[in-house]
Every structure is written in C-alpha cells, then in structure tokens.
Design a protein around this ligand. Sequence first.
Ligand SMILES: Nc1ncnc2c1ncn2[C@@H]1O[C@H](COP(=O)(O)OP(=O)(O)OP(=O)(O)O)[C@@H](O)[C@H]1O
Length: 757
Amino acid sequence: MSYPKSYNDTSSTASPTSPGSFHTRLPQPQSTTTTLTADSSSRLPGPRSRRPSVLTLTKSSAFASGQEQRPSRTRTVSDVGRIESSSLQRTRVLERRAAAAAAATAAEVRRSLLVDHEELETTDSSDEEKNTRRYRASAPLLDAYGVPSASGVKTRASMGALKYSTNNTVVPPSDLNQKIRVCVRKRPMNKKEMERSEKDIAPLLNTRSIQINEPKLKLDLTRYIEQHTFIFDDVFDANSKNTSVYERTAFPLVKYMFEGGRATCFAYGQTGSGKTFTMLDPNHGLYVLAAKDIFALLKKPENEHLSAWIGLYEIYQGHIYDLLNERKKIYAREDAKRNVIISGLREYPIDNVGNLIQVFEFGSNERSTGSTVANDSSSRSHAVLQILLKPKNNRKKIYGKLSFIDLAGSERGADRGETDIKTRMEGAEINKSLLALKECIRALDQDKRHTPFRQSQLTQVLKDSFVGKSRTCMIATISPGGSNSEHTLNTLRYADRVKELKGAKNRRGPATGGEEGEGEGEGEVEGEGDEDEEEYAEMDSNEEYYSNDDSDILDEETFNVEEENIFDVDFPHEQDALIRSSAFASPSHKLADSSYSSLDHQQQQHHQLHHHHQQQHNQPHTQHLLQQQFSLPSHHHPMHLGDGPSYTSPRLNQWGSTSLHTASAPIPGIIQFDSQQMEEFVKFHRAEIREATDCTKRESKLVANISLDLSSNQDYEGSSHQFQKYLLDLDDILERKMAAVEALRDRISETVSQVEL
Ligand SMILES: Nc1ncnc2c1ncn2[C@@H]1O[C@H](COP(=O)(O)OP(=O)(O)OP(=O)(O)O)[C@@H](O)[C@H]1O
C-alpha cells in the first residue's frame, strides 16, 4: 500500500522502531545543534524549542565521545526526586512539543495536499513511487471535516478530489433534502469471488467516503496499488441492510412525494453489483420498504383524499414496454401541461404491500433479462416502477410521483461478454441512455436552461422527475472484488461527476428557499408550466443539438461538451450587440437572405461567417493586405513597439515631465484605430471563437458517434454507410470552421484597410 507523498515524507526519516524515532519524526532544525547540551536544553523556552530529537542525539553522542566537560558531582539522595521531577517535566515538555509539531506537520501536509495544487500537479507524473492518484487542481478547499467549503470551490469541483484527509475522520451526515443525492452501496463478496480468494479493494473510510485500492502493474511487471478516495452523501458497507439504505435514500423521497413532488430513485452500476437487489428485490427492495411507508402515510387523515397507483414498464432498445400488460408497446408523450404521460400504461390501484408485491412480481417476470459473464440473470433493460399519488376524486390528476429505476448494467459491451449483434446493440443502447441520464442530471443540478431530455427514451420518460418540483437520489452499486476494480472506478467516477456538479451550483450562491436546492425558480405546483418546460419545447425543435454519445467512447475529461464557454459567460451581451452592429454587417458581408432577422444569433453568425468564406476568393488575401498596410520601416512597425515610441507609455515632454500620448497626438507610423473599430473587431473575434468552439464540439460528438456505430455495427454495408455519412458531416463542420477563420482574417484586412496611416 502506498501513501501520498507528503505522508511518506513526514514519516520516512526514521524507522518506527529505531531509538529516538519519536523525536526524529519532528521537523528538523535548519542548523546543526552540536553546541546544545542537556543543561542548555533545560533553559530553552518551551514553545520555541523544536530541537529535542537533536538534543537527545547530541547529548548521547557528546557523552559517548567524551566531549562533555561538565564538573562532576556526586548524586545525593535529595537529588533523586529533583532529577525525577525534572526528567518528568522534560518528558512532558517534549511530549507537548512533539504533539504541537505533529499537528503542525499534519497541517502542513493538509495544506500541501489541498492548497498547493501546482506542486501536486508537478509531482504527479514524476512521483511514480508513491503510486497514489493525484487529482485535478480544481479540487475544492475543505473545511475541518474534509467537506468542501462552498466558497472554496474554484471550478467544477470533484468530490473525488477529497482525499487522504478523510481517513478515520468523523464526517457530519449529509442533508437528506438535497435536490440530488448520490450514495454508494457496496455488496458483499459473492461465491465466485470468494472462491477466487479475491481481496476486498473497497474499504470504507467513514460513512461518506470510500477508498478503492486499484491493483496495477508497472511496466516492469511489478505489482502496486493505486489508491482513489471518493466522498458521497452516504456510503453503505457490504453488511448494510436494505432498511438502512432505505432510511437515507428512498425514505426522504417518500415524504417529498406526499408534499406533491416528483421523485426518482435509481440504481446505477456494473452488472451483478446489486442494483436489482437494492431497488426491486421482492422481499426487501427499496420499493417494498417505500410502499410500506406510503400506505401508512395514506392512512393519515391529511392524506385521505389520495390513493396510490402503480405502473411498471421497461425501456428496451429505445422502446417502452408495459410489463403489466403483456409487454405492450407504449409511448411517452406530454399532456397539455407538459406532464409526461406514458400513454397506454396500465396502472393498478394498490392499497397494501401484499398486493403491490404480487402485481410487481407478475410484471417483473416479463422483463428482458439475459445471461452475462457477471450475472446469470442480468437486466438488459431499464425497469421503471412508478408509484403515483392521485386524488381519489380525480384519477387523471397526479399529485405526487415516485419512480424506482433499476438501470441496466453500465459496463462496456466487451465486459458483458457481448458476442452477438443483438447483445451488442443492447449494450450500445444502454450506454447511450446512461450517458443521457447523466447529462440530464448535470443540467438539472446546474439549473441549466436546457436539459437534454430528448437524448433518450429513458430521460424522456423521466423528464418530469427532473424539472420543477423534483428530487433525485442515485445509488451507485459496486462490487468489492479486485477483478472488478475498473468497473468500480468507472461507476464511482460516473457518480462523482453527478455529485461534483453540486459544487458548481453551490458556487453560484445559496438557495433562497427553505430547503436546499429549492431556491432557484423551483417549487412550482403540479401542472404549472415552468421555465424548464418552455425550454423543453424549444429544444424539441433542435434535436440535432443533442446527438447521442457513448460514455465509453467520448472522452469527457478531454472535452466536456457541456462545459460552459467562458466567452459566453463573460460577455453575454456582446453577441446581441454584434448582430445589431452595422459595422459587423459591412456591405460586403451582409446577408442577402431576407429572413435574416428571424434567424437566431448563432445561425446569423454562422451565415455571416460562412458568407465570408464564400467571398474569400474575391477579396485580397489578408496577409497581402496586411503587408501592404504595414509596409513601413521596421522601427515604425506596430509589431515592434519596443523599438519605437510606445502608444501609451509615458514620454518626457519638453519640460522633462511625463505626459501620456492620446489618440489626438498621433505617432508617426502607428495606425490610429478608432475605438469603436477596435471594440467591434474584438467582438467579431469572440464570435469566431464561439463558432470554432461549436464546431469542435460537434466534431467531438461526431467522432463519438461513429466510434459507437463502428463498435456496435457488425454489418459491413451498414458501417460503410455510417462512415460515409460521418465523412460528409465532418466535411461540413470543417468547412464551417475554416469559414470562421477565414472570415476573421478577412476582418483583419478590412479593419486595417479602413484606417489611414
Ligand atoms: N447487498 C447485497 N447483499 C447480498 N446479496 C447481494 C447484494 N447485492 C447483490 N446481491 C446479490 O448479487 C447478485 C447480483 O445482484 P443483482 O441481480 O441485484 O445485480 P444487478 O446489478 O441488478 O445486475 P444486472 O445489471 O446484471 O441486472 C444477486 O444474487 C443478489 O442477490
């Protein structure tokens, strides 16, 4: 097992068993202390002295070498007590100093781990000996409990970055009323794993953090362990019962449902990691425990007007099938108030747990399962059990809703042992929908204006669990065995990405409502159109924007397609100004299209930039024009500001005092750009960056999709067709990108040509 560098550093100076190791762990003084003697040590002021270890060594070595020149005196009986008490005192002083020094060292370690990111980053790659994963510099600052402080979150804070400090620390329980909670459940070792004598690689550090000891192999085939530590809202150990998992996951959602909310509890994880066991086990799955509470709550006088209904369906290969109605194919649609309705879904009124279990068991026999390497009865579909609360006098109205989702396994096709096309297609579809789900949760947690519900059937049917008055609890299930380490890490990273965005949200300031996460435009009552709903419609017409991705293929670390663009964030007003600007639409670049004003801004920009591209052959080449314009003696060239007088630098006037040059006092050879001209150029440049960035995003999605298609499509003709389409799309994107760059270059020449030298 390896430890973070700083830990090693602090403990490596002496073997724990060596004499004086207690002292030698203390920070060493800069200078040597050979002049110190035992006598002088006792005169040292306590708090400032940090030299006991050296003192001890110095003293003994001095005695040993006979250099000590103290006058000898015979010990008397009266000395005994004095000596003992002084040595006791000295021991106490040393202990106090050691404790203070250890605390200082720990603080130093903590600081170096959490604050000095640069140092961490640089040691990361080189420090192979430590074999401990370093995390991104975006790690949040931690409070005393190792929990990120809201103010300290710098960027997209990875909860996984909370490291090292969590070991054996008591952490406060997380808030049960958060809009999104992410928990982890570890299952016990199964028979096969025990037979293989696999090690448990996922020890819990406390109730909220878990460590993964990933077995790795160096190039020279030496084995080593890489440690990863994650923090979540709750982490449940292998011996946790479903009841304790329920208390902190689904139970708060049940209460919320009775407040009129829509809630979703879903399990995500590798095949065989315990999703079905956790969610839908007929004896003690969370849905059974929830049902008990729901029926108990329904008996309360204040809920007498409500009744419970259940529906059970699966999403398989992008289609929805009613499991309580002979797998009839059904469809998701929206009602007039934009509530998601599973049209044709058979719902059963239920008033006791026995009935519920009976109905559920009947339905789950219909579910699509298959055998995988890891699980003999693996779910090949997402199963959704929805419990609706409806007013007794109005069956059509939904008061509250709780969905339990048992997702299909999250691992890669190859790992599922998918050999035939059907199974591979299933796997591809599963991966797409899981990525879509993650994107929706992210968008939800960030209160993004657009949530990509249309990306998959899964997110589409869950839309109303995401918008408005909604809450979500994700339970990431993991297997503890070493053979699953890669999947376990993938699962935890997926969960971590969902969780980490809470940091981004918190950074924008606390919620203003009574409950956490409900202050930002939430709390709408059932059926009321909210902002998200309106935007949902808006995004419907723009499906192209949300192409499908596959989490195994799209490298999100490298390119996060949902990341905010700093250029949009910092200067949101500029785009409008740019479009309205007459300078932007200069005669040569105005759109001939009469529908110009009805195009959205992005399209307008695209058209303008594209138009530039088409016109480039009629225009003098930028470089040529620049050469013409800037064909000045070198000391007058604007690129050689150091050689000539600086436009803004202070200059001595005739009386020897300094004066600033202004535009009204032109300097020979320096182009006098109009301030408006400069501003507009910068805006244009920003537009070009946006366009290029958008193109790059599209490229990234395109390559993700083709990778997915190629890996899941075994039909040669189909693949060629997909590939051809990919090439055409790529060509379009590249043309747009080049048009943007060319337009910018044209703009440079245009700007330069408009000024007088
Ligand atoms: N916490 C647990 N305690 C005891 N047994 C468990 C636990 N979790 C899972 N198991 C057992 O592990 C096996 C696999 O679990 P389960 O079928 O729930 O996995 P899964 O994640 O739903 O798999 P798939 O994605 O393939 O459907 C089952 O036999 C189940 O009883």
